[in-house]
Design a binder for this molecule. Structure first.
Ligand code: ADP
Ligand code: ASP
Ligand code: MG
Length: 401
């Protein structure tokens, strides 16, 4: 099982190079299924196009639009493989039997009816699959959320009982921080599912979180590696790294965050329940939550959501604020979340303090803090995210192996 990201198929020459790589795997005796993303920045471009039509495109139509990106790449890649003389067929998500729920733009895979893929593999064909897409039981096209091709690949690897799922991308592995932000970040030889899942959730865009979750659930080793190099990349698998004494494994950042403050709502039982169940009902994932208690019998409710959910959150919350007799809703998109992740953190007091010190020394104010056994996150001003990540990376000496 192989997956190629958008940058790996951005140009005709790259598509041809990927085709050669796929054919090479077939020649080594593997049955090859290759999942592909849309070419280069296609998905971003399609989103921009939709936004030129309306601020609030219906989610079903968004999926109809976005799924076209992957249909372009699978057909072109199949043509490239065909021209190398190998039997090949391209299949859309629907044709692969990837059945999802109906949560458009962030659907979850419910089951995969893999008989068509099995049949084609049985005929000796290379199968090229459109990542990121599926179909509901009512035949509506869905997409799996940004980065969803990773999930297509790992889920197919699980169903087809592949020995490994290779994620080919434009970095040569998983690093201690985004190498675009921290040039001295270090490549990890291996990382556990748990730590990778946390890093992915907290903004390490190299893997979609859902893909890591499925990998863990079915015990599929995931190999993140460079598309056009032969060296091994990073293995994501069950065991913790050998270096158990490592407290912090990586630093992540996420700028796709919107902060909401519902100002001066009554401080009484049921208010939080009302706000957060309304959001949950709409499928909005709420992240950090802080309630500030004032002496006035009123309270400010602060929380963060993904920018993707900002519009629908705004609609829901403005309505509720009126209903609850709150004063107003403030929305701020100039925020970012920086986090440290590491399984060794649980038993090491002082880790959070070291992170806060690193930020303080850079004169960076922390707006919200949230912690768990495996991570510490701070919400800061978006313009300070680069110095913040660099300072934290340095404070934990993550560049030294
Ligand atoms: P693809 O198109 O192949 O799916 P993505 O752009 O989705 O590629 O993911 C690869 C990018 O993830 C890299 O270019 C890198 O900038 C970013 N990234 C963020 N955090 C990390 C990390 N910790 N390690 C490696 N890459 C990271
Ligand atoms: N093309 C989709 C995206 O850009 C899916 C993916 O690349 O994994 O999010
Ligand atoms: Mg990706």
């Amino acid at each position: 099982m192989q997956k190629y990201g958008g940058s790996s198929v951005a140009t005709p020459d790259k598509i041809k190079a990927v085709a050669r790589r796929i054919v090479a795997a077939k020649e080594q005796g593997y049955k090859v299924v290759a999942v592909v993303s849309a070419l280069g920045d296609t998905t971003d471009e399609l989103i921009k196009l939709a936004r030129q039509i309306t601020d609030r495109p219906p989610r079903r139509e968004m999926d109809m639009l976005l799924s076209t990106g992957e249909q372009v790449s699978i057909s072109l890649l199949a043509m490239a493989v065909d021209s190398l003389g190998e039997p090949v067929i391209s299949l859309t998500g629907a044709q692969c039997g990837i059945i999802t729920d109906a949560q458009h733009t962030k659907a979850r895979i419910l089951e995969i009816q893999a008989n068509r893929i099995q049949e084609e593999l049985g005929k000796g064909k290379i199968v090229v699959v459109a990542g990121f897409q599926g179909i509901t039981s009512l035949n509506d096209i869905t997409t799996l959320g940004r980065g969803g091709s990773d999930t297509t690949a790992v889920a197919l690897a699980a169903v087809l009982e592949a020995e490994v799922c290779e994620i080919y991308t434009d970095v040569d592995g998983v690093y201690t921080a985004d190498p675009r932000v921290v040039p001295e970040a270090r490549k990890l030889e291996q990382i556990s599912y748990g730590e990778m899942l946390e890093m992915a959730r907290l903004g390490a865009g190299v893997m979609q979180p859902r893909a890591v979750e499925i990998g863990a659930q079915y015990g599929i080793p995931i190999h993140v590696r460079a598309s056009f190099k032969d060296e091994p990349g990073t293995m994501i698998k069950g065991e913790e790294a050998l270096e158990k004494e490592v407290v912090v494994t990586g630093v992540t950042h996420d700028t796709n965050v919107a902060k909401f403050v519902v100002v001066d709502v009554p401080d009484r039982p049921g208010v939080a329940a009302k706000i957060f169940s309304a959001l949950a009902d709409d499928g909005v994932n709420v992240d950090m939550i802080v309630q500030t208690n004032k002496r006035t019998g009123r309270t400010d409710m602060l929380f963060t959501v993904s920018k993707d959910d900002m519009e629908s959150t705004k609609d829901i919350i403005e309505e509720l604020c009126k209903e609850l007799g709150g004063e107003r809703v403030i929305v701020n998109t100039d925020v970012a979340k920086v986090s440290i992740v590491g399984a060794g953190m649980v038993s090491n007091p002082g880790v959070a303090a070291r992170m806060f010190r690193a930020l303080a020394d850079e004169n960076i104010n922390i707006q919200v803090i949230s912690t768990s056994e495996i991570k510490v996150s701070c919400l800061i001003d978006a313009s300070l995210v680069v110095p913040a990540v660099q300072a934290i990376h340095k404070a934990f000496e993550l560049h030294v192996g």
